[in-house]
Design a protein around this ligand. Structure first.
Ligand SMILES: Cc1cc2nc3c(=O)[nH]c(=O)nc-3n(C[C@H](O)[C@H](O)[C@H](O)COP(=O)(O)OP(=O)(O)OC[C@H]3O[C@@H](n4cnc5c(N)ncnc54)[C@H](O)[C@@H]3O)c2cc1C
Length: 402
């Protein structure tokens, strides 16, 4: 992905690779997305020694619609970060234009923000560093399988062209997102991928490539998947889609697949200067077999993900990071079955329940005729939006022919 257009300057490491291995950290956080950077910032602010490890150089692109719902904005506001996002060019979001089968429902949204993940995640990592967290980018981390009797657990760190080193921590937070490999040595934990899972694709296009409504995110639902379009910083446009792999293949690539979905909403995708660079994801619908293991907490998408339709992924990642902080602080003192049970319970009651609803909505969307009916129904019965997309929407205001 061309990050040359990004306004955010690179974030250098705050410590040397070898220095990371010389300490027993209170917490090592693997992955600097919203879940990892938020947990790291709050644990460092509580006076703990925290090492935040990220595989990529930051800022980096990540496949995402970049829409923060009102819940996510409120969580960031509690930490004083929302104003910084607005200053960095985040665009207000107050409406959802939902297209299907030639119909459009215009839904009011509780106020959210649209921003590229390059900018958002950079702001969150800078906040973590400001709170006292050590940051090690361009480093791939993997939790060691062996459990020793001492006060910590090992994490292997790898950087291109360097000899692997092993760092230790009292608590390890795995916030490494979808399809990560950070737990591949840990026999008790593995990923369960849903059959027929969709894949994600995304890009940031220049102004004029596609028309994004002012203050609105457009969601075009069609046969083969759906695509979200939102204006972000500097008039650029964020495109992110969840696609059936067969539809993606039959379309001949991401540009054609997304163009097809947009056409069903009577929207056009003009050729971007130099072409569009798409990034893809692993199959989206998946969950981890256990969100906790000895001295390990799993958080964010790494616990499980369904599909982006309900637009709650980042809000959940941020909320889960907040919930993890007191549990991790207790676990730094003493790792016992109580902290394990606490985290298991949180993941089960909140994450699993939420994902069940999200799974039901995305199952319905697989049937285009039902999706068309849903859009028609949403426009007539505003209350349904709260049931179908409670993380995202407010009230339906009116229906129009697209
Ligand atoms: C197509 C699509 C559209 C979406 N649109 C929206 C939207 O509009 N709004 C919304 O709220 N959510 C949306 N989401 C969901 C959202 O992107 C995720 O829920 C969110 O990013 C989860 O945050 P996270 O911190 O758990 O993981 P991530 O953001 O994935 O961060 C994980 C980080 O870990 C790093 N990492 C991975 N492995 C390692 C390793 N071994 N060592 C070190 N680092 C590692 C990765 O490089 C990455 O930076 C969308 C998702 C998709 C696929």
């Amino acid at each position: 992905m061309d990050t040359g257009r990004l306004v955010t300057p690179p974030i250098p490491a705050t410590l040397d690779f070898d220095a990371a291995a010389s300490l027993l950290w209170d917490v090592i956080v693997i992955g600097a997305g919203p879940a990892g950077a938020s947990a790291a910032a709050q644990l460092a602010a509580a006076g703990r020694s925290v090492l935040l490890i990220e595989r990529k150089a930051f800022p980096r692109y990540k496949v995402c619609g970049g829409c923060l719902n009102s819940h996510a904005v409120a969580l960031l506001a509690r930490r004083g970060i929302d104003a910084e996002l607005r200053a960095a060019g985040a665009r207000p979001l107050t409406a959802l234009h939902l297209h299907s089968g030639g119909r459009r429902a215009v839904l009011a949204l509780p106020p959210g923000l649209a921003i590229t993940r390059a900018t958002l995640d950079a702001v969150l990592v800078r906040a973590a560093i400001a709170a006292g967290c050590a940051f090690l980018p361009e480093t791939t981390a993997g939790v060691e399988g062996e459990v020793t009797a001492d006060a910590g657990r090992g994490v292997t760190l790898e950087q291109s062209g360097r000899t692997r080193v092993s760092a230790r921590a009292r608590v390890i937070v795995v916030a490494a997102g979808l399809g990560h490999q950070a737990l591949r040595e840990v026999a008790s934990v593995h990923d369960v991928v849903a059959p027929h899972a969709r894949v994600g694709v995304g890009t940031v296009a220049g102004p004029g490539v596609v028309t994004a409504g002012d203050g609105a995110v457009t969601l075009a639902v069609g046969t083969g998947g759906y695509v979200g379009v939102a204006a972000v910083e500097d008039g650029r446009v964020q495109l992110a889609a969840a696609l059936d792999p067969a539809y993606l293949k039959a379309s001949g690539g991401a540009t054609a697949a997304v163009r097809g979905l947009l056409a069903s909403a009577r929207m056009t995708l003009a050729p971007d200067e130099g072409g569009l660079t798409w990034l893809g994801t692993v199959p989206l619908s998946r969950r981890v077999s256990a969100p906790v293991s000895h001295r390990i907490f799993v958080v964010g998408d790494a616990v499980g993900y369904v599909e982006p339709f309900t637009g709650e992924g980042m809000a959940w990642a941020l909320a889960a990071a907040d919930a993890l902080v007191p549990v991790a602080l207790a676990a730094i003192q003493t790792w016992d079955h109580r902290v394990e049970r606490q985290w298991q319970l949180f993941c089960h009651t909140l994450v699993t329940r939420h994902q069940r609803r999200c799974r039901a909505v995305t199952r319905v969307l697989r049937y285009p005729a039902v999706a068309h009916l849903m859009v028609a129904a949403l426009s007539r019965h505003p209350g349904l939006a709260d049931v179908l997309m409670p993380g995202l929407t407010g009230n339906t205001t009116h229906e129009e022919r697209a």
